[in-house]
Ligand binder design. Structure first.
Ligand code: M6R
Length: 364
């Protein structure tokens, strides 16, 4: 049942405010300002390193969470794609914990990476959608994301629910390790409770995004740029677009522009900037100017202040509500997903069943 939508992907994109509210309700019971995770036997106090491993979109969720664990909890994090990690067989230092992220809980490479870590680390955590899966079963602690069944091959609501649970875990780590005081934690918890309503506001941009996508659908290649915590989302935006519209797309840290990709910029090249007005905004703006000076087509996704700084020469823009700095990757995932969705619809590709892809990759 597509719930009145043309595709499961559209339905699942639109479900995000509801499923994320549910995930928040499960991990942060109403009325509480702290992150205690009742019933979860987890303590980050003596952990010296966290290793996160996953594939595809779940890998980008891990890369995003690295910023949270490092910045909020002062915990060193290593992130790897499962197919590399499992064959590299890296040494696991004492006092490490390993965390595996998987929607299906059955991804062969992620499961093999988990098995490699068994017995070598102090704890195996997983963040899964399928609570009855192999990855959940073989973990010491499996944390469900409460996204509900995801049918579209392109992961959407699972990604943002993974991010939500990973942020809550990072707050738990910060609380255990004393890197944030009660007021700072309460501030994040309050911001999280406001997230579903901001996601609804973002979904209202669907029609504006559809218009931008009509123009994007004519491109051969698209570049996605972001800095800091928006860099993994740039890669996720590019992955979504290539998976379902078959347009070649790359996600890059904006600061890497000068080190190669700027050679691609000409009047035919759309460049999507994911730039909330955060601490790195001015740095990203100067990259945007470099793209504009070479006649690249800038599509800027930002809040009102950011868009006004972007000026009148933008090829296209998508407005997002203002939000707490830690939550920008979750909020900005929605326009990235909608952009890929509407572009694929404009091109007439098979949105829910893109060619050559399977929902669950249980073989190598
Ligand atoms: O089930 P998993 O989360 O372990 O799957 C990992 C990837 O195969 C998956 O995220 C894939 O990249 C999606 N098609 C992305 O949209």
């Amino acid at each position: 049942d597509k719930g009145g939508h043309k595709h499961f992907m559209a339905k699942e994109i639109n479900e995000q405010p509801t499923v994320i509210a549910e995930a928040i309700r499960c991990y942060l019971p109403t009325g509480s300002n702290s992150v205690t995770l009742e019933g979860v036997d987890l303590d980050f106090r003596n952990v010296e390193r966290l290793t996160m491993v996953a594939c595809g979109t779940a890998y980008y969720a891990c890369l995003t969470a690295k910023y949270w664990f490092e910045q909020l909890a002062g915990l060193p994090v290593e992130v790897d794609v499962a197919s590399e990690f499992r064959y590299r067989e890296p040494p696991m230092p004492a006092k490490s914990m390993a965390l595996f992220v998987s929607q299906s809980g059955e991804t062969a490479d992620t499961l093999a990476a988990l098995r490699y870590c068994t017995g070598k680390v102090d704890g195996i955590l997983s963040v899964v959608n399928a609570a009855e899966s192999s990855i959940a079963r073989e973990s010491d602690i499996a944390l469900p994301i409460h996204a509900g069944v995801e049918i579209g091959v392109a992961s959407t609501k699972a990604f943002t629910c993974q991010l939500t649970v990973l942020l809550i875990l990072a707050l738990k780590a910060a609380s255990d390790r004393g890197t944030m005081d009660e007021a700072q934690i309460a501030d994040h918890v309050a911001a999280l409770r406001g997230l579903p309503s901001a996601l609804n506001t973002a979904l209202e941009q669907s029609e504006a995004i559809r218009r931008a996508a009509l123009r994007l659908s004519e491109a051969r290649d698209v570049l996605f740029l972001g800095r800091g915590i928006m860099y993994p989302l740039a890669m996720e935006g590019a992955l979504k677009l290539k998976e379902i519209s078959y347009i070649h797309a790359e996600g890059y840290p904006a600061g890497e522009l000068k080190h190669g990709p700027i050679a691609l910029i000409d009047k035919n090249m759309p460049v999507v900037f994911m730039t909330p007005t955060d601490a790195l905004f001015d740095k990203t703006m100067s990259n945007m100017q470099e793209v504009m000076a070479r006649k690249g087509k800038v599509l800027m996704i930002s809040d009102a202040a950011g868009l006004s700084a972007g000026g009148n020469d933008l090829w296209n823009s998508i407005a997002m509500p203002e939000i707490h700095a830690s939550l920008t990757p979750i909020l900005y995932a929605l326009p990235a997903q909608l952009l890929a969705y509407h572009t694929a619809v404009a091109k007439g590709t098979d949105v829910d069943q893109p060619r050559n892809l399977a929902k669950s990759v249980t073989v190598e």
